[in-house]
Design a protein around this ligand. Structure first.
Ligand code: PLP
Length: 395
């Protein structure tokens, strides 16, 4: 029905539609493109955008031990909880003082980037999908690793941009040379470090090589969702030094704020403007104040972040020891997730077996069908996992 399509295309501003059409999208694509924006609220845990599931969210797992979705095992850091609660009292005001500005100043202090290089978002799924729409098109594709977090690839497929998935190197880095060779004229190269699901790091030198060799007009998106669990050098300075790099963070992981929805990108101001053009800047106005206050107070809590990382490492060490005793091999991880190889057993079947023990483990990726991702939870979660493993694993 042409009338319906017309109604939907009006949700994208004229300027955005002109830009999309100049990059090879057709008018018919507009309604589909419009559905990509605002995915942040529902997309997160399974990497499946709400619009790709027909608008029906997956039910939350009811298992006693939930180590399937790369969430944190506990809620926000204490200063964040206090700040969020205090903000509720001022919830009658749109902005009691400059909370958005305070958040950006906290990012400036921690990451060393200028004020106008920071854009907060309710989570990072929205900017991730939006980066795909902003820089990819039917003629300029997306290159990702395989396996990696699927949202960029799924968004590209949804909007009709070609996707190249490039296997990780043998030591589980992104193979940046092969990624460039796979599509030397891509619109966006997506690097996830530590990588979801392997937890492995792609060194900054590899990323800088890609930035130096990629074609003019394409972008490199560095997704550092899990970086605080790894404690390795971060890519923030690239967002200032280079005009075509976006560095992305979320508060859904070590900060324990997946349901509170906060994230941000760091990149040069022209890129922020480009990514915002689809909704006239409304995203920045849409941040709930308790989430903003929680994130601001959490970001600078260096000692508590380090303590949480150490807690994860203790639970991860315990789990790795147990897996080793059971003769299972894993990918050498630097983050809060472990890829376990069940040898000949399909990962889906193992996941179903764990469900009988009220333990929800993570999914597998098509490239490695016998490998499951498990998220490192609390020590108690991992003890429950080990008990369940001893019951379900007989090989
Ligand atoms: N990036 C990576 C690598 C992720 O694993 C996730 C969620 O699991 C996200 C981004 C999106 O998270 P959120 O929208 O909660 O910020």
């Amino acid at each position: 029905m042409p009338g319906t399509i017309d109604l939907m295309t009006r949700t994208l501003p004229e300027e955005a539609q002109d830009d999309l059409q100049s990059r090879g999208y057709s008018r018919r694509d507009m309604a589909r493109l419009a559905t990509v924006f605002g995915v942040g609220a529902m997309a997160a845990s399974v990497g499946r955008p709400a619009w790709a599931s027909g608008g029906v969210p997956d039910p939350a797992p009811t298992a006693k031990t939930r180590i399937g979705a790369n969430e944190c095992w506990t809620g926000p850091l204490m200063p964040g909880r206090v700040a969020a609660q205090m903000m509720v009292e001022h919830g009658n005001r749109y902005s009691p003082k400059d909370e958005r500005g305070d958040f950006i100043k906290a990012v400036m202090a921690v990451e060393g980037v200028p004020y106008d290089h920071v854009a907060p978002w309710p989570g990072s799924s929205d900017p991730l999908s939006r980066a795909v729409v902003s820089y990819c098109s039917p003629t300029r594709g997306l290159v990702t690793a395989d396996p990696t977090f699927e949202l960029a690839g799924r968004t590209a497929e949804w909007v009709g941009a070609p996707v190249k998935r490039v296997p990780l190197t043998r030591d589980f880095r992104h193979d940046v040379k092969a990624m460039l060779a796979a599509d030397p004229n891509a619109g966006l190269y997506y690097i996830c470090t530590p990588n979801n699901p392997t937890g492995t790091i792609t060194p900054l030198e590899d990323i800088e090589w890609l930035i130096a060799h990629k074609p003019e007009g394409s972008m490199v998106l560095v997704d550092e969702a899990y970086t605080h669990f790894a404690g390795v050098p971060v890519a923030s300075s690239f967002a200032v030094k280079y005009k075509d790099v976006i560095v992305m963070r979320t508060f859904s992981k070590i900060f324990g704020m997946a349901g509170l929805r906060m994230g941000f990108i760091m990149t040069q101001p022209a890129n922020i403007a480009k990514m915002m053009r689809y909704d006239g800047g409304m995203q920045s106005g849409a941040l709930p104040l308790p989430s903003l206050a929680c994130a601001t107070a959490s970001l600078t809590a260096a000692t508590l972040i380090a303590q949480r990382k150490a807690e994860m490492e203790a639970a991860r060490g315990y789990t790795l020891d147990h897996l080793k005793k059971r003769g299972l091999t894993v990918v050498p991880t630097n983050a809060n997730m472990i890829m376990i190889d069940w040898k000949t057993k399909p990962a889906k079947d193992v996941q179903a077996a764990f469900r009988t023990q009220s333990v929800e483990i993570g999914r597998s990726w098509p490239i490695w069908p016998t490998v499951s991702r498990i998220t490192v939870g609390s020590m108690e979660d991992m003890q429950n996992f080990a008990i369940a493993l001893d019951k379900v694993w007989t090989a």
